[in-house]
Design a protein around this ligand. Sequence first.
Ligand code: NAP
Length: 707
Amino acid sequence: MKVSRARIMLLFASETGQAKAIAEDIYDKCLNAKLSCLLRCVSEIDNSVDLSQEPCVVLVGSTTGDGDPPETAQKFWRTLHKKDLPRDHFSRMHYTVLGLGDTNYTNFCNFGKTVDARLESLGAKRFYECGWADDGTGLEEVVEPWTEGLLQSLQKHLMNVSSDSAASEELCSASMRTNQEDANQILDNNRKEEVENNHIGVQSNSAYNHLDDKKSKIFFDDLGILENSCILNLPVVALSFSPESKLSLPVLPQPYLDISYSQEDYSDCDNLVRSPLPSATSDPVKCHIESSRVLTENDAVKTTLEITLKFPQENLLGFEPGDSFGVIAPNDAREVDLLIWLLGLEDVANKKFLLAISPSTKKKAAAIPSHIPAEASLRAAFTYCLDIRAVPKKPFIRVLVEYTSDEQQKRRLKELVSKEGMQEYGKCIRDAMVSFLDLLLLFPSCKPPVTAVLEHLPRLLPRPYSAASSSLREPGQVSFVYNLIDIPREGSIVFGRKGVCSGYLTRIGSKLSGIEMELSDQMKGLSLKEDVVYIYLRNNQSFRLPDDLKTPIIMVGPGTGVAPFVGFLQHLEAKSEQDPTLQLGESWLFFGCRHKDKDNIFKTELKEFTEKKILNQLCVCYSRDPKEAGSKYVQDNIILYGDKVSSLIVDKGAMIYVCGDAKNMAKDVLDSFATVLEKHKSFSNHEARNHLAQMQVKKKYLQDVWS
Ligand code: NAP
C-alpha cells in the first residue's frame, strides 16, 4: 500500500480504554492542527497495512499485569518480535511512544519500553522523546506536557518530511496547510489565556442554599453528606490565585452526543453486561449467592469476607486454581439516585433513551462510547456502565466550567483545570480521590447536560478477584475473598462510602454473613434481583500450579493475598483424594496478618491442610501483635527459613508464587529471596537477582499482585 509520507499513523494499545481515550484526544488535536492522521487500534493492523512504510508512527500503549502487553496488542507484539525481521526493517519509520503504566508494579511501562527498544533496534528513528506516564502518581502529569510537545514536534517533523521534494506529490492536502500559521493557531487554542476580571467576593452560603430543600435533606441524611456550611470551608472550593491572575485553560472539548427519550420505560439489564469485557475468556454468567461469611473479628483493622457464588446449571464455568474472575458490580443505587437528582433528570431517568451523534458536532471521528448501549435508560447506564465514582479528568472539568453559573465556583474550577493550577488539581482532586458526584456537591451551581456526562464519565470496570476455591472440590461454584473497603467522609470526600464492588458483594450477601449493612434498593427499576451477580472468567495462563505436581512450590500471600493459595491447596487435596498414589512436591506457605486472633484468616483450613500433609510448611507472622514474638512480615520469615528455602529454589527447582500488595510487599519479598540466595548459596547479589529474573522469564517466579 502506497503511503503518504506526511501521514501520521496513530496507534493505540488499550486494556481498559485509557490509552484509547488519550489517542483519540491526540487524534482530535492533530486534525484541529490540520495534520493528516489515521487512528488505529494495534489489533487492526493486518496485511493491508505495512508499518515499515509508515514515515511517522505514534503509539499510545498501556502495560498490564506483570509488564505484559494489553490483550489487543498480542498479535502486534508477536509480529514485532518475529526473529526473521531484517535489522533495517523499520529504517523508513520515525516514531515515538507514549507508554502508560503504574510504578506500583514491577516492569513499569514494559510494553511501551519494549516496543520502543525493538523499533529502534530495527532501524526506526525517534522523532520525539518517548513519554512514560505513571498511573500511580497521575497519568496527566506526563500525558499533558508530552502531548503538547508532540504536536509541536509533529509539525516540525512533518514539515521536514514534506520538504523532501520527492515526496511532495504524495502530500495530503490537509497536511499541506500545516504551516507556521496553523501551528500558532494550535498553540493559541491550547494555551488560551484568560484574564478574569469578574469581581469575585467571599463565597457565601447563598451559593449552596438551593440544596437546602426537603428533597436534598433526604439524600443528605441518607448518605451522611457533609453540611453545606462545612463544604464552604474546604480547600478544594477556595480560590488559590488572585482573581486578576491569568489562567491558561486547555481547549474546550467539543460536544458530540444527542439524546432523545421514548415514552417507554427501560428495565432490561442483560445487554448492559454483555459489552466487551476486559481480559474475558468467558461470557458473563448470572450467579446466585451460595454463602457469605466474615473471616475476621469485629475489632480487626480490616473486615475480610468470603463469598461463594453458584454458577447456573447450564453454564458451569470450568476454572483452574490461580484463575481470577471479573465481577460486574453496579454502582450504589443511592448514589445513582443522587446523581439523577443533582442533574435534574428524575422525569426521564427510567425512560428508554436513544443516543446519536449530533449532526452539528465539530468533533472529528465522533462515536458513541462503546461502553454505553445506544438504547438504555439513564438509570441503567449510571448503574452499570459509567464509573460515577471516577476522579474527573481535566477535559471533563473544562466542560463543567461552561455549565457552572456561580462566578466563584466557575473561577475555582478554572483554577483547577488550568496550567497554573496543575498542583492544585493533583492535591485537591486527583490525590483526594474526589469523584464526579463529590464535585457536583462541592460546586452545586454546576449543572452539566447529561450528554456531557455520558461523553466524559469513563467505563465502570469489572473488578477482578482470584478464585479461592477449587473446581474439583465444588464444580458448580467459586469463592472469593475480599476486604470491605471503607472510604470515610474526610478531606474533599463529602460523604462516606464503601468500595463499589466490596460494598456491593457485602450488601447482597449480608443476610447470609450476618454483617450489619444497610440494604439499599440496589436495582431499583431494573430487572436484576438482589441475589444475582454477573461474573466472567479472566484469562490467566501463568499463575497456575506446576504441570508436574511433584515440583515443590513456595507460596507467599499475606492478607487476602492468601486467596488463590486456598484454591491451590483445595485442588491438591482433591487430586490426592482422587489418586492416593499421587506424589506431591513439597509445599510451603508464607502467610502474614496483623493479629493472631483478629485477622488470621483461614486459620482452621490451613491447619487442616498441614495435618493432612497437603501443606508441608506453614509460616505465619503477625505484624501488629505485641504478644507474639517473631517475624513481622512474610519476607522476614523467608529469611528466617532461608537455608531450606534457598535449597528448594536452587537444588529442587521450586516454583515461587507471590500474591498480594504490589506496592511494597512484592518488591520486599523479591529482595528477601535474593538475600537468601546470597546468604545460603553464596551467590553474588548480581547472580541472585539474575537467577530470580530468569525464573520470572521462565514463569517459575509468578506474581499476582494488585495495588
Ligand atoms: P495487606 O494490607 O497487604 O496486609 C496483610 C499483612 O501484610 C499485614 O500484616 C500487613 O502489615 C503486612 N504488610 C504490610 N506491608 C508489608 C510489606 N511491605 N511486606 C510484607 N507484608 C506487609 O492485606 P490485604 O488488605 O488483605 O491486601 C492484600 C493485597 O492483596 C491487596 O492489594 C489486594 O488487592 C490483593 N489481592 C487480593 C486478592 C483477592 O482475591 N482478594 C487476590 C490477589 C491480590 P501492617 O499493615 O501491620 O504493616
